[in-house]
Design a binder for this molecule. Structure first.
Ligand code: HAM
Length: 423
């Protein structure tokens, strides 16, 4: 039997002792995006496979080998979402979210699924947070989207991350650049990995970010996209850098950032944390003009980013950062004797209705056993109600850390305890 009901490889349970960390980072993310006036969008965790096939791209690793595909009983083809941008754009077009003009500013959080080899910071079910800004090609918006990521990481207290940006051009500048890459890499192909050999003719830019050491060495001297940008892309990229400088956000230009999804053009960026090891990208994003029209919408531009919560939490743990307070009960109620037990039943409901969290253990009878459970619950206070206290219309309140005890009247118990909890 042992081992039969194990969790699938590449997935994990978020246990109660960790879930407060997740609540903390999601709360901070929501708080940061609120200040930029982004509103939440929630899409299904599965979509028709074609939502991802063309947009994320048929030559991408995600579509080629990482999608969890399945058919329903009627043979319709679906996929668990591997990322959030394509579903958001699908929903934007389907629900005509841009109908009032201007920018549509959306954020999302939720599980994504990719069949990849699991390792530190890489899972088969992982949780992303992300934003999408649809409707503007202004480089200010690229910088502002980057600023959201920066604000978020800073607000969590992270210090050891860097921002790397690049422009990967557009359909006008790509053909010349691709030709130059093919020319550069072709003589080295025999020394390069099989992925690079298959990608050379489909997506030569991907050879720039291959992680295999030998390929990396060869890619070092490859031609730079920045030398092939047309005037519009060059000005746009200069604009993004200018706004980032004005906003006071430090960055470096890294012409090797290409991103693994096909929908990108112009700005591409990554927030990197080198302490994380091989999977060191905290946040990845960029511009995807043309994607909205691919889904049948108007030809409006878009830009955004996403990051994985797992790497973020790992990074915070490495830096020894706080995740706020763990959820613990305010009170533990101890009752002694039948009458106190019966009164205690009503009292529990009354206190909980008033927003005070109270723990109680109906399986323990003696003072000693109940106090032991109270200790284990790590509640701040313990309420002790015996027959004598009940007869005197009173209850004992013990502060667990100091051991200090007080007598409180039962008539005004809710008001008194609320005050105590606030202190
Ligand atoms: P991505 O680079 O594929 O981009 O993923 C974004 C982030 O999600 C990564 O930087 C990483 O933090 C996290 N991530 C990706 N795969 C895994 C995994 N297997 N396990 C754990 N974490 C992972 C996108 O998904 C784009 N949709 C981002 C975007 C939004 N671009 C524009 N808008």
């Amino acid at each position: 039997m042992a081992g039969k009901y194990q969790i699938p490889r590449g997935t994990f349970d978020i246990l109660p002792e960790d879930s407060y960390k997740w609540q903390y980072v999601t709360d901070v993310f929501k708080e940061v995006v609120r200040t930029y006036n982004y509103r939440e969008i929630i899409t299904p965790i599965f979509e028709k496979s074609e939502v991802f096939e063309r947009s994320v791209g048929s030559s991408s690793d995600i579509v080629q080998k990482e999608m969890y595909r399945f058919q329903d009983k009627k043979g319709r083809k679906f996929a668990l979402r591997p990322e959030g941008t394509a579903p958001v754009v699908r929903s934007y077009v389907q629900n005509n979210l841009g109908m009032n003009g201007g920018n549509t500013k959306l954020f999302y959080m939720g599980p994504m699924f990719r069949y990849d080899r699991p390792q530190k910071g890489r899972f088969r079910q992982f949780y992303q947070y992300g934003v999408e800004n649809i409707g503007s090609d202004n480089p200010f918006i690229d910088a502002e989207v980057i600023a959201i990521g920066y604000s978020f990481l800073k607000k969590l207290g992270l210090k050891n991350f860097t921002l790397e940006i690049n422009s990967i051009g557009c359909v006008n500048c790509t053909p010349d650049y691709d030709r130059s890459l093919i020319k550069y890499f072709t003589p080295y192909l025999k020394e390069m990995c099989s992925d690079c050999n298959t990608r050379i003719n489909k997506k030569p830019k991907r050879l720039l970010d291959c992680k295999v050491r030998g390929c990396k060495k060869i890619a070092k001297n490859a031609p730079s996209m920045l030398d092939y940008l047309d005037d519009e892309c060059r000005d746009h990229f200069a604009g993004v850098q200018d706004f980032l400088k004005k906003m006071g956000i430090p960055f470096t230009v890294n012409p090797k950032i290409v991103r693994g999804l096909d929908y990108y053009n112009k700005t591409a960026f990554e927030f990197i944390d080198n302490k994380l090891g091989a999977q060191n990208t905290l946040i990845g994003g960029g511009r995807y003009n043309g994607l909205i029209s691919q889904f049948g919408g108007k030809d409006v531009p878009g830009t955004g980013f996403a990051g994985g919560f797992e790497r973020l939490i790992l990074s915070m743990e490495i830096e020894g950062l706080s995740f706020g307070k763990e959820q613990l009960p305010d009170m533990f109620l101890v009752t002694l004797g039948q009458k106190a037990f019966e009164y205690g039943n009503k009292l529990l409901l009354k206190l909980r209705d008033a927003g005070i969290s109270v723990e109680y253990d109906p399986d323990k009878e003696t003072m000693k056993a109940q106090m032991k459970t109270a200790d284990r619950s790590r509640s701040r206070f313990t309420l002790i109600l015996g027959e004598d206290e009940l007869a005197g219309n009173k209850i004992i309140l013990k502060e667990m850390e100091s051991g200090e005890q007080k007598i409180i009247g039962l008539e005004k118990i809710v008001e008194s305890l609320k005050k105590m909890c606030k202190k």
